[in-house]
Design a protein around this ligand. Structure first.
Ligand SMILES: Cc1ncc(C[n+]2csc(CCOP(=O)(O)OP(=O)(O)O)c2C)c(N)n1
Ligand SMILES: [Mg+2]
Length: 466
């Protein structure tokens, strides 16, 4: 579980007794500033430049009249477009792809030990997915396999920024986040093989599982964007129990186009719920490039329209992701509302194991391979910071391999579910005697109605306008 530098938020809240039970009506419309990574104040909106008045439909960036804080150390400029015709139709990439990879940005919050722990999670995430690919090729997996190759830094660092009472709502690329939140590679492998002792006892496959009892993990929801509203609901439920928690979830560059994303994020913004939404802009949604999915320059721009802070990070830099998520969680704990974090990176495999991603221009893979989050973080820890010796790194890698091997062997040896003998997990639907959902953080505090009785309204005739 995450090693925290921050004070325990529950104690802070108890001491100050400052858990707002309803959004303040006095809050200014402008969201509080996020400090920039270099410590300088964040550029704020309302800088109406002449450019904003120029009508130019072709470039949304010229319409911008505000700034978004951006933690990145490089600003890649290229576009992906369709070229050719008929059978020679293909995607091409245009722009400068020759730049050297940027350095890792020093974290404002992570200690050297936490950085090494984060590196280990990322490594475990990647090697576990290699093992899953092999299990699939051996015919042991039921269904497909989804990978987060190239996105491990984003997945692991964001989850590491959560406090113990916060909640995680992972999506398919966030198996690293599930590891950080306390699931083992053994759990994940058993689940992919639909084993009887997997987290869903073989009832479901892939990463479709959670743990609301012990790990505060809400299972992924396939319908893109739906998890955002569920996480907002968790934050609302916690607030009604007197506690502000952060609810971290993810949506892709494709998924963020759904209507439910708008509805849920807007609701969270209005209610000032502690939703932390990481928009994983990995440049592809299935085989559709981001450039053909939306017109804004940066997806973090969407935050302006919700009236919440937005921030851009390099999703291949775990320190940037951690810092932005940590600050968003702190905001959530203070009851100040949601944050939208756009993490820019690249999906380094196809959508799932069945997709060879041949539609992706090879040059793009080369460019992002140079920005591999694990290789760069390893170099940062060993050569830039000197926090890890080459020898300790070898030991760490061997240790990860050993752990994975043991987990894989145990998962392979696990039995498949047996409907005849499995008496305890037969139920698919709850019945009234099944279980009782108890409030997690305390008794629900609801304001009584100001006028009249607290019961339901007496029947009221509908008004008909003629
Ligand atoms: C509402 C909805 N529409 C379509 C799909 C089918 N679908 C599953 S994943 C996917 C692509 C998602 O792309 P993106 O959001 O960019 O996430 P990524 O796979 O790149 O992580 C689509 C279209 C879905 N699951 N839900
Ligand atoms: Mg995508």
């Amino acid at each position: 579980m995450a090693d925290k530098k921050r004070s325990n938020s529950s104690t802070t809240q108890k001491k100050s007794g400052k858990v707002p039970l309803a959004p303040s009506t006095k809050t200014p419309k402008t969201p509080p500033p996020i400090e920039q990574a270099d410590g300088s104040p964040k550029p704020t909106k309302t800088d109406i430049s002449p450019a904003a008045k120029i009508s130019d439909d072709s470039a949304s960036s010229t319409l911008r009249c505000y700034n978004i804080p951006d933690y990145r150390l490089e600003h890649p400029e290229f576009r992906i477009f369709m070229s050719g015709e008929g059978s020679s139709l293909e995607y091409s990439v245009e722009g400068d792809l020759s730049a050297a990879a940027p350095p890792i940005r020093d974290s404002k919050y992570l200690s050297s030990e936490q950085c090494i722990a984060l590196y280990r999670w990322m490594l475990l995430n990647r090697r576990m997915e290699v093992a899953l690919e092999n299990l699939y090729k051996q015919g042991k997996v039921v269904g497909g396999v989804y990978f987060g190759l190239g996105q491990e830094g984003c997945s692991c660092a964001s989850a590491l920024a959560l406090g113990p009472d916060d909640w995680l709502g992972p999506m398919i690329r966030n198996q690293g986040a599930m590891l950080v939140r306390g699931f083992s590679a053994r759990d994940i492998m058993r689940q992919y093989m639909a084993k009887g002792d997997s987290p869903t006892w073989g009832r479901d496959a892939s990463s479709h599982f959670g743990d609301w009892q012990r790990r505060n993990v809400c299972a992924p929801i396939s319908m893109l964007g739906e998890l955002i509203g569920v996480m907002a609901g968790i934050c609302l439920g916690a607030r009604l129990q007197g506690k502000n928690v952060a609810g971290l979830t993810y949506v892709g560059d494709g998924g963020q186009s759904t209507g439910v994303t708008y509805e849920s994020l807007n609701f969270a913004a209005v209610q000032k719920l502690g939703l932390v939404l990481v928009v994983e802009n990995n440049l592809w949604g299935y085989s559709t490039p981001s450039d053909m999915q939306f017109c804004v320059k940066d997806l973090a721009e969407r935050a302006i329209a919700y009236g919440i802070p937005g921030v851009i990070v390099d999703g291949t830099d775990p320190c940037q992701v951690y810092d932005a998520t940590y600050e968003a969680c702190e905001r959530a704990h203070r009851g100040e509302g949601p944050t939208l974090i756009e993490a820019k990176m690249m999906r380094m495999k196809g959508h799932a194991i069945h997709d060879a991603a041949q539609y992706v221009p090879a040059k793009l893979f080369d460019y992002w391979r140079n920005r591999d989050p694990i290789a760069r973080f390893e170099n940062y820890l060993i050569n830039v910071k000197g926090w890890l010796t080459a020898e300790d790194n070898h030991k760490l890698i061997a240790d990860v391999e050993r752990e994975l091997e043991a987990d894989r062997d145990a998962a392979v040896a696990s039995p498949m579910p047996d409907p005849e003998t499995d008496k305890t997990h037969q139920g698919v639907y709850c019945d009234p005697s099944c279980h009782q959902i108890k409030p997690r953080y305390g008794p629900v505090v609801a304001k009584p109605r100001e006028h009249g009785s607290a019961g339901p309204k007496a029947v009221e005739a509908a008004g008909h306008l003629k």
